[in-house]
Design a protein around this ligand. Sequence first.
Ligand SMILES: *[C@@H]1O[C@H](CO)[C@@H](O)[C@H](O)[C@H]1NC(C)=O
Ligand SMILES: *[C@@H]1O[C@H](CO)[C@@H](O)[C@H](O)[C@H]1NC(C)=O
Ligand SMILES: *[C@@H]1O[C@H](CO)[C@@H](O)[C@H](O)[C@H]1NC(C)=O
Ligand SMILES: *[C@@H]1O[C@H](CO)[C@@H](O)[C@H](O)[C@H]1NC(C)=O
Ligand SMILES: *[C@@H]1O[C@H](CO)[C@@H](O)[C@H](O)[C@H]1NC(C)=O
Length: 639
Amino acid sequence: MSFSRIPLLLAFVYAVSSEQPSAPSPISAQLRELPWASGGLNILHTTDTHGWHGGHLQEAQYSADWGDYVSFAHHLRKRADDDGSDLLIVDTGDRVEGNGLYDASNPKGRYTFDIFKQQRMDVITPGNHELYLANTSNREYAEVVPDFKDAYIASNLDIYSAKSMKYEPFAPRYRRFTTKNRGTRVLAFGFMFDFRGNASNTFVQPVEETVNEQWFQDALRTKDVDLFLVAGHVPVRDSQEYDLIYRAIRDVVWDTPIVFFGGHTHIRDFRKYGKTAYGIESGRYMETIGFLSISGLGSGEKDVVPAASPTFRRMYIDNNLYSMQHHSGMNISTFSTALGRNVSQAIHAARKAMHLDHAFGCAPQDYWLNRAPYPANDSLLSLLDQQVLPDTFQHLKKPTIVITNSGAIRFDIFKGPFTIDTTFLVSPFTSGFRKLSDVPYGVASQVLRLLNNEGPISLDDLASLGQGIAAFCTQGSSGTTADTRFRTATCTDRYADAAVRVQDLMPPLPPIGLRTLRGGHGEQQVPLLAVDKPTVPGYTTVDDAGEDGDDTVHQTIQFYDVPNCIGIDVGYATTALVDKPEIVDLVYNEFIQYWVLLALRFLGKTYGKGNTEESLGGKTMTDVISEWVAEHWECEEGV
Ligand SMILES: *[C@@H]1O[C@H](CO)[C@@H](O)[C@H](O)[C@H]1NC(C)=O
Ligand SMILES: *[C@@H]1O[C@H](CO)[C@@H](O)[C@H](O)[C@H]1NC(C)=O
Ligand SMILES: *[C@@H]1O[C@H](CO)[C@@H](O)[C@H](O)[C@H]1NC(C)=O
Ligand SMILES: *[C@@H]1O[C@H](CO)[C@@H](O)[C@H](O)[C@H]1NC(C)=O
Ligand SMILES: *[C@@H]1O[C@H](CO)[C@@H](O)[C@H](O)[C@H]1NC(C)=O
């Protein structure tokens, strides 16, 4: 009965270390050894952390926090000092949006910057989530860039400065530095992919133009560079931006090693660009600490001649104390440093101040987005279309069809407390529901089928149809964003649309089911709760170096195709043929408005945004779910 006591209880059970008090202890699992380069260069990499600096409090495998990462880096730095190698730390953006630690405060991010900056960085870049809102990028520019001094690099990003009244470089275009112990001379860049959803105060220069800038061409001709380090919010695979940069560098210097650090697509990946050029991408949400080492680099300072071909090795470390202690040679009593503990405490204090552990109710079991078939008892989508949506819309008197996209749900629901924090994880979607009144039933009833690619026309066809009718799409709004890397063509209203901002946090509309073994959108790599088994289910990454990249030997997880969209019928009997209404209201999640209107148009009924109105009093999916949970899921004493 007592919601508020749940987190407290967990705290006693798991009070073991410096991770967040309510975090579960990691399960011991078989680990591969860190491919440390003694006497070489070692690099830790994070990307797309999206505010998860408190770690995953319901997933043991990813339960360490940013303070633990600070301690971990300290030990590896010491190891490097001891064996004459070097350690660098890199982050490639999207640090904001996607977790209560960032999103639940007013203003957003009130607590996170002081926490994040405690990890010393050598190279740090912005991501697109730092640029959606003018106030986010302004603050990044005013606070975070100075926090990291010369480590913050922005090779192709400008920001409007109120002081100078013109666009200024967001941060230095590149950085030249020499590593501490080996004297390796590094030239580092920091790129943003060709992003167009930025607010009007920033300017992202297309990479194609940047590589032709004089400063860039001059930088490539810098003498005495042992390594080019290209960090960026850019996928390492299938991205024309990194391919362009690789070619631009190779056009000038044919043999100097290049290392790429990438992000944005939320996957673990390692790609070979050429004999002396490799790139790593280190997942998402603080699940993964990427590690890359290079042996055989030259060191001009110390007159070390480079090896004919240096060795690049990588590892994806699961973010938990078991892994971190193992790889740093520490144990539970020697691992956490004073600074690391301080950072963990600051996170705990912030979570407490925002009441993130307040529980609306307790989930009686796990509900999976992709790890259960649909429909099924443990399918989150079934929970929605069998219980949550029918209960929420049952008050409607008029016959109505309600449709939502599975992408509106971003994360599984785990058995146990469903907290304020959980709402930010499961559905950070801040747009509401829209309604089209009095749509002919014959048309409305086919929309769901179309959106799910069941029928004569696929979403891809619809999308190409969309290209030709941009005017329809932009009508009454201010622009369109076609982010082809997700194969979505989402119409956006740049003023209102928080939906756009979370777009790339979510499984996109079409690709569910379109998985590729490597470099895919990560469906094969969804996170999970470690269970009490000898092997822990989790990432089983296949990349250009093979299948041994994950530090933890994971059990493969079974994933299922689920529909793009689900729908329910309200206010009329679906079985009795005679009762079919002539017209219905069509209610849908605002995020899919573009697709719904496109589908209707294809079916012969043209509506514009002006024909739609707010539904459900502006409630978001997050509100819908948390209210339903509060009403239906009690917490039992002693859970
Ligand atoms: C930016 O504006 C949004 C929307 O008004 C607000 O929710 C957020 O807290 C603001 N962020 C900052 C850093 O001021
Ligand atoms: C975004 O950046 C582009 C250049 O990349 C710039 O022209 C534009 O004004 C910025 N803002 C918007 C809303 O597109
Ligand atoms: C941890 O390691 C230290 C130093 O090696 C050792 O003295 C201590 O006994 C170890 N503690 C545990 C709990 O294993
Ligand atoms: C940790 O925090 C305490 C209290 O704020 C402070 O006195 C101490 O210097 C901090 N330690 C480190 C290593 O930052
Ligand atoms: C699903 O739940 C129903 C009702 O509780 C039960 O009868 C059925 O056996 C369950 N099915 C599965 C596959 O667990």
